[in-house]
Each structure stands twice: as structure tokens, then as C-alpha cells.
Write a protein that binds this ligand. Structure first.
Ligand code: IDP
Length: 138
């Protein structure tokens, strides 16, 4: 069974969209395996977003992700990585297709980081790496 790391980012948490995101995951038929609400620390965010280090949005991204509580979830199911990314929609919430989480619930707020409500791992390797960062022992 495949698994992925989903984060309801601080914008989604602050807007009260955690339940809506989890509802869509469950309605799609995936299973919530582990859930935790926490404010992410910068050390683990630097590991999580290592591939973006040096990009113009990297520091604003880390600042945003550390700015308040977020919901971290391990979600399981057949092809859940691909499936959750389809549920999430394109990275840019303005361009994300209506029907997706970002397309239905997100927009551009004129900020240096796209506040796009959710994160989902992009490959099995990323999922295992990210789960190891946020859920040691899982
Ligand atoms: P993903 O979350 O759709 O997988 P990534 O390319 O992995 O997208 O980027 C990680 C996060 O960094 C995005 O979700 C978004 O919050 C932010 N981000 C990505 N590209 C840009 C950009 O060009 N400008 C501002 N923020 C960005």
C-alpha cells in the first residue's frame, strides 16, 4: 500500500480548511493513518524543502511554513501520491483547475510565496523521506 505526506499548510489551517481537506481525502477513499497539528520548526522545514534552497521563494516559504500551526498527515491508499496531487491541483492556485483543493479554495494573495493550502509528496522516495522528517518512527 502506498503512502504520502499531506500537510494542510498554515494558510489552510488559519482559514479553517483542515476539515474540508481531510473530508476530500476521505471522500476520495483514502485512509488517514496518522494526524498531528503542530507549528513546524525551521530545522525540519530546511530538510523538507532542501530541493528549493537558493530559489527566491525559499526563505519566504520557510517563514510562511513556520508562521503558525499546520496539520500533518500520513495518508494511505493505492496510487495515493498521484491521487492526492490530483485532488490538490496545480501549485499556482490561480491556475489550479476548479474541482481541486487549490482551484476551489485558493487564490493569489500578492505575497512572495504561493499560499496554496496543501502539500503532498511528489514521489514514493519523497514520501518516505518526508514522513521520516515529520513522523520519526513511522
Ligand atoms: P508543490 O507543492 O505543488 O509540489 P513545489 O514546486 O514543490 O510545489 O513547491 C513547494 C512550495 O513552494 C509550493 O507549494 C508553493 O507554496 C511554493 N512555491 C513554489 N513555486 C513558487 C513560486 O514560483 N513562487 C512562490 N512560491 C512558490
Amino acid at each position: 500500500m502506498e503512502r504520502t505526506l499531506v500537510i494542510v499548510k498554515p494558510d489552510g489551517f488559519a482559514r479553517g480548511l483542515t476539515g474540508e481537506v481531510l473530508r476530500r481525502i476521505e471522500a476520495k477513499g483514502y485512509t488517514l493513518d496518522t494526524l498531528q497539528i503542530m507549528t513546524a520548526d525551521r530545522e525540519r522545514l530546511a530538510q523538507h524543502y532542501a530541493e528549493h534552497e537558493g530559489k527566491p521563494f525559499y526563505q519566504p516559504l520557510v517563514d510562511f511554513m513556520a508562521s503558525g500551526p499546520a496539520t500533518f498527515a500520513i495518508v494511505t491508499g493505492e496510487r495515493v501520491i498521484e491521487g492526492f496531487r490530483a485532488l490538490a491541483g496545480a501549485t499556482d492556485p490561480t491556475a489550479a483547475a476548479p474541482g481541486s483543493i487549490r482551484g476551489d479554495l485558493g487564490r493569489d494573495w500578492g505575497l512572495p510565496v504561493q499560499q496554496n493550502i496543501v502539500h503532498g509528496s511528489d514521489s514514493p522516495e519523497s514520501a518516505e523521506r518526508e514522513i521520516g522528517i515529520w513522523f520519526a518512527g513511522h
